[in-house]
Write a protein that binds this ligand. Sequence first.
Ligand code: UD1
Length: 432
Amino acid sequence: MEQYVIKGGSPLVGEVEIGGAKNAALGILAASIMTDETVLIENVPDVRDIKVMMQAMESIGVIIQHIDRHTVKINGRNINSQVVDGDYIKRIRASYYLIGALLGKYKSAEVTLPGGCNIGTRPIDQHLKGFRALGAKDAGVVGGGMIVAHADELKGAHIYLDMVTVGATINLMLAAVMAEGQTIIENAAKEPHVVDVANFLNCMGANIKGAGTDVIRIRGVQSLHGTEYTIIPDQIEAGTFMFAAAVTKGDVTVKNVIPKHLESISAKLMEIGCEIEESDDAVRVVATKRPLHTHVKTLPYPGFPTDMQPQITVALGLAEGTSIVTESIFENRFKYVDELTRMGASIKVESSTAIIEGVSRYTGASITAPDLRAGAALVIAGLAADGYTVVDDIRYIERGYEDFDVKLRNLGAMIEKVEDDRGIQKFKLKVG
Ligand code: UD1
C-alpha cells in the first residue's frame, strides 16, 4: 500500500498550477451523456474519482476517448443500459449524478448507492424528493442498495430543498433539463461547481437561469447537443496549497484559479496573519510568522467550505491562543483530529466544534488519512512538523488531488510516495 513519507520543516516557495475542479467535473461528466452528440471536455483532473466515474459511464456503453491527460471526448449515443451497479461505483459519492442524467435522458435510472468519504450519514432524501416531484414516482432506495427512479414522463416542478445541498441541486438540474415545462429549485446550492454544471448544460442547449443564486429556473428543452467546454479550476485544491503556504511559513502563488471563488479562504488566511496578493488568475500567499488564532464555521458557498475545514484546523493547531472551528455541514468530519493529536496538536472535539489550543510545533508521526480532505490536511501538518511523518491510506488523497506529491516537491517540500519500509529508509538516507 502506498504511503507518503515527509520530512517537515521546509517552507513551501514557488508557483503551482491548479487543475480542473473535481466536483464540477463529476457533474459535467454525468451531464455529457445526456446528448447523443459528441462532447469535448477540457481541464478534466486526472484523479481517481474521475477515473471511477468514467469506468461507470463506460460500463453502460458511453464511449470515452482520451485526447490528452486532461481532455476527453465523450459520446453517449450507444448507451445500452440504465443500470449502473458495479461494486466500484460505491467508491464515489458523485455516482448519484448518473441517476439525474439517466432519468433526464431515458426516464429510467438504477444506480448503486453512493459511497465516497465517510464524513457523516450523507442522506439523499432531497434528491429523491425532487425526482418524485418531477414525475419519477417510485424514486427511492430498494433492497440491495440501489437507487431507482422511473417516470412515464418528466414534468417541471417547484422544488424546495430543505437544506442547501450541492448534490441534490446538480442532480435535479440534470433530471429537469429536458422535463416538460418549468422547474424551479428553491434554496439551491450556489457553489462554483453548481454554476459550472449549469453553464455546461446551457452550452449543450439547456435553458437554466439563476445558477449561483438560491433560485434556479429551468425551462425544459427537447434535446441537448454536443459542445466544447473547459472545467473551472479547483477551489479546494487551490485552498489546500494556500494553507500549505500558511502552515510552512512559505510564499506560494496558486495559478490558474478564479480568485473570486477563493475569497472566503483568502479572508481567513489574512485573519490569521498571511499576506494575500490577487491578480486576474492567481493568488499569492505569503506567511512569515506563526498563525494568529481565530474562529471559523463551515457554511455553504460563499461561506468557508467544509472541504477546507481540516486544512484550517491544521493551521490553527499551530496558532498562538485558542481557536474554535465549527463544522455545520457534515457531522463526522473531525475524525482526523486523533491523528493530529498524535503529532502534538491540542484539540478537543465537542460534537460539531473543535476547540484548539495552539501549540508551537507538530512532531512527525505515522498517521493514516481518514478521508480525502483530512488526508491532504495531515500531509500539510507533516510538512510543518519536526522530523519524519508517514501518511498511510493515501489512496483517499489521490481521489481528489492530482500529483499532490509532485506539486509539493516542486514547491520545495521533502515528500515522496513510497511503497514500503524500504522506500521510507531510502528517502531518509536521501534527505538526511
Ligand atoms: C458535495 C461535495 C463535497 C462537499 C459538499 C459540501 C461533490 C462530489 N462532493 O457533497 O466535497 O463537501 O458538497 O460542499 O461535489 N443532505 C441531506 N439530504 C440530501 C442531500 C444532502 O440531508 O438529500 C445534507 C448532507 O448530509 C449535508 C448537507 O446536506 O449535511 C450538504 O450536503 P451536499 O451539499 O449534498 O454534499 P454532497 O453533494 O454530498
